[in-house]
Each structure stands twice: as structure tokens, then as C-alpha cells.
Design a binder for this molecule. Structure first.
Ligand code: HEM
Length: 141
């Protein structure tokens, strides 16, 4: 990589940091992801630690979802398709799922068309991850 390119990348990173943008490992901006989550997901999901599904079976908590197998939240009525999917919510699988949920798992009950913009998907995943990391911090303090 040329010196000029290294300088350009460092300046770019410096601008992002000084603008208060924190990039998660996946390159996602969790602050922007939180905004997107509020816009697209909060009608049906939250990221609150210890949250349980609401009594109407509408709100499905996603706290701690990254790295876990699909359809594990007790008290939520998942579709057969989701229960039998055997998917593990790695960042890659979440990215693919959020692009087009019903393409990845047909017959699911999630009425969401997906997000075409990959950076938006990475930002949402970074946000969900950031809520998960809160746990680690709490435990270590
Ligand atoms: C950015 C937006 C969204 C994200 C990141 C998201 C994420 C997820 C994830 C990761 C799961 C699997 C959970 C698990 O395995 O426990 C899921 C399932 C589900 N989501 Fe979403 N979701 C979004 C938008 C929505 C919206 C708008 C709705 C309601 C209209 C919705 C309703 C559901 C339902 C009902 C399920 C269970 C599906 C089934 O059992 O077939 N989601 N969602």
C-alpha cells in the first residue's frame, strides 16, 4: 500500500473518530444503527437486557441474539419455519437475513421486506452487538 494511501486512510479514520463515529469490528456505525433500529424494528423488537416477549406475542426481544441459534426466546410463538431453520445468528447470517428475510427463510412470520443498503445492515448489526457488549462491560466492572 502506497504512503499516500496510508495517509489518506489515516486522515479518513481521524475524521470519523473526531466526528464521534465509532465503528464496530464489522465496520458498522452503532449510533446510526440505533436510529435505523428505531425506524424499522421497534414496532416488533427491542434490545433490552432481560426483556421477555410481550403478552400479545408481538414484541420479540433481540438482546444477546448475535451468536445464538434462531428461535430460542421462551414465550414467543415462532413460526415452524423459524423453529426448524437451525440458523445461528452470526453477523454474516444476520446480514443475509436483513437483506431479504423471506428469501433466506421462506414462510416466516416477520413482515419486513429487508434492507437493500449493506452499510445500513452493518450499522444495525453493530448496534445490536453494542447492546450485547454492555453485558460484558457490566460484568467486568
Ligand atoms: C431492522 C429491522 C429488524 C431486525 C433487525 C429484525 C431482526 C429479527 C431477528 C434476528 C429475528 C430472529 C429472532 C430469533 O431467532 O429469536 C426476527 C424474527 C422476527 N421478527 Fe424481526 N427484525 C426486524 C424487523 C421486524 C419487523 C418490522 C417486524 C414486524 C412487522 C418483525 C417481526 C418479527 C417476527 C414476528 C419474528 C419471528 C418470525 C417467525 O417466527 O417466523 N421484525 N427478527
Amino acid at each position: 500500500m502506497s504512503i499516500r494511501k496510508i495517509i489518506a486512510l489515516s486522515v479518513g479514520l481521524f475524521c470519523l473518530i473526531s466526528a464521534g463515529v465509532t465503528l464496530a469490528q464489522n465496520g458498522g456505525d452503532s449510533a446510526h444503527g440505533e436510529e435505523l433500529f428505531k425506524t424499522y424494528a421497534t414496532a416488533c423488537h427491542n434490545t433490552m437486557k432481560g426483556a421477555t416477549p410481550d403478552m400479545y406475542g408481538v414484541v420479540l426481544p433481540l438482546h444477546g441474539i448475535v451468536g445464538t441459534e434462531a428461535a430460542q426466546t421462551k414465550g414467543f410463538f415462532y413460526s415452524k419455519a423459524m423453529r426448524e431453520s437451525e440458523i445461528v445468528w452470526t453477523e454474516e447470517n444476520l446480514d443475509k437475513y436483513l437483506e431479504d428475510p423471506k428469501k433466506m427463510i421462506p414462510e416466516i412470520r416477520m413482515e419486513f421486506v429487508g434492507l437493500e443498503n449493506q452499510q445500513d445492515r452493518l450499522d444495525i448489526i453493530a448496534y445490536i452487538l453494542s447492546t450485547q457488549n454492555d453485558d460484558v462491560e457490566e460484568e467486568t466492572n
